[in-house]
Write a protein that binds this ligand. Structure first.
Ligand code: 5AD
Ligand code: SF4
Length: 441
């Protein structure tokens, strides 16, 4: 029996797909890349924004004639979207066989088996899980030089636009020891860079008397051979001085913070229930740059949130310039069913205004990024070397802490540099690539 998984969405989803693949392989299934020979076609999808859902619906619709021809085929929809919709999905997709929510992945093999003889819905009615159940769901994904470890799940923040707390449940941290052990195993298997993942990673440990700062020290100290450590995504309110100090002081921890602002306007932030004002966000930024002067910071923004005026939108543009973000992800507001914003606020910013704001904010961010990247000329960057540049066999390619690509001349000994950190002086920069030369130790 063969299966194929299509993943739509974030890193968390990719990890979940990996877990499903592992569970199915353990149960005797084989993974395939060819839909034509698959006995099960699975979609793992995100609900954070509307477009992933729409794309998946369209894809599954297209499978209707395929299912007619191959009645034994099992079609399954998993993840946040499945959790959110439950059995209602069968109304839109009568040829669907399986709906599997975010906390039911470990049972996937048994669920697929029963879906062969009739439609199956497996979702958690109550996403508030009992403490201590998480570790069975904890997982890692090894992808070339990088490996991801899910260190916590869920979110307690209930930003008014966001579906995550509804589909992923409350915050639950995995034990420090389990994470350290997993990091060791991944490094033994060849991972160089460990990425600690959570919807809200800087809230790590609140429920188990620990903290992300403490965890960073432990991974840094106790995992031999680890080259670089990162963590995403942080909520600005939970970024503490201790965390920034740990990031700055621990040489293997990348000085990079994803610290989504969402808006530059206090009125919008309040309507979004973000838990901070613009002034508080500014103070947080100031603290980060003071304690970690080389830190690169990235943000997310939502444009066209209900009742957002032009003037309020401009505060986001101005924040991008003032904060000097290395990068921003910009999203047009889309009402998510069941959230406070969807239930109580009009989606009253016209689509073309949302689109124009999206472009304007991205353009401002691009300008800032070009300037910031040019400022790196003459600086020395630590890069994790990935290999020979695919574009130019005379160059080696690696990534800076902020994930910028950096290339430098390949020497006869360059193969030994793969998987290590190298110090590179930047000679030239384009928006996408840094060009440099090696600084001899
Ligand atoms: N509409 C638009 N963007 C959203 N995000 C989350 N929910 C929504 C929504 N309903 C964005 C936020 C978040 C990122 C992961 O997705 O910016 O930080
Ligand atoms: Fe969603 Fe807000 Fe939680 Fe982020 S912090 S996952 S935006 S509720």
């Amino acid at each position: 029996m063969k299966f194929i998984i299509h993943t739509f969405g974030c890193q968390m989803n990719k990890l979940d797909s990996e877990l499903v693949a592992e569970a199915l392989t353990a149960a005797g299934w084989k993974m395939t890349a060819d839909e034509n020979e698959a006995d099960a076609i699975l979609y793992n999808t995100c609900s954070v924004r509307d477009n992933a859902e729409q794309r998946v619906l369209a894809r599954i619709m297209q499978l209707k004639p395929v299912k007619k021809q191959r009645p034994g085929l099992v079609i399954g929809l998993m993840g946040c979207f499945a959790q959110r919709m439950g059995a209602k999905l069968f109304d839109q997709l009568p040829h669907l066989d399986l709906v599997c929510g975010t906390r039911k992945f470990p049972q996937i093999a048994a669920l697929l088996e029963s879906a062969r003889s009739g439609p199956v819905v497996a979702i958690e009615e109550e996403t508030l899980v009992a403490p201590g159940t998480l570790d069975a769901h904890g997982r890692s994904l090894h992808d070339g030089m990088q490996a991801y470890i899910s260190i916590m799940r869920g979110c307690n923040n209930f930003c008014t636009y966001c579906i995550v707390p509804y589909v992923r449940g409350r915050e639950e941290s995995r034990p420090e020891d389990a994470i350290v052990t997993e990091a060791r195993t991944l490094v033994e298997k060849g991972a160089k860079e460990i990425i600690l993942l959570g919807q809200n990673v800087d809230a790590y440990g609140k429920d188990i008397n620990s903290s992300l700062a403490k965890l960073l020290y432990r991974v840094h100290e106790e995992v031999e051979g680890i080259v670089r450590i990162r963590f995403v995504t942080s909520h600005p309110r939970d970024i503490t001085e201790d965390l920034v100090r740990a990031m700055n002081d621990l040489p293997k921890v990348a000085n990079y913070l994803h610290m989504p602002a969402q808006s530059g306007s206090t009125r919008m932030l309040k309507a979004m229930n973000r838990g901070y004002t613009r002034e508080e966000y500014d103070r947080k930024l100031e603290m980060v740059y003071r304690l970690a002067p080389t830190a690169l910071i990235a943000s997310d923004f939502i444009v066209g949130f209900p009742t957002e005026t032009d003037a309020e939108f401009q505060t986001s543009v101005e924040l991008v310039r003032q904060a000097r973000f290395q990068n921003s992800f910009v999203f047009k507001y889309s009402p998510r069913p069941g959230t406070v914003a969807e239930r109580t606020m009009p989606d009253d910013v016209p689509e073309e205004v949302k689109l124009a704001r999206n472009h304007e904010l991205l353009a401002a961010q691009e300008e800032v990024k070009i300037k910031r990247t040019e400022e790196l000329i003459d600086s020395v960057q630590e890069i994790l070397v990935e290999g020979v540049s695919p574009r130019n066999a005379e160059k080696m390619l690696g990534r800076t802490a902020s994930n910028l690509i950096c290339v430098y001349d390949r020497t006869v000994h360059a193969d030994n540099e793969i998987g290590t950190l190298q110090r590179i002086r930047v000679d030239r920069a384009t928006p996408l690539t840094l060009f440099g030369s090696k600084v001899e130790a």
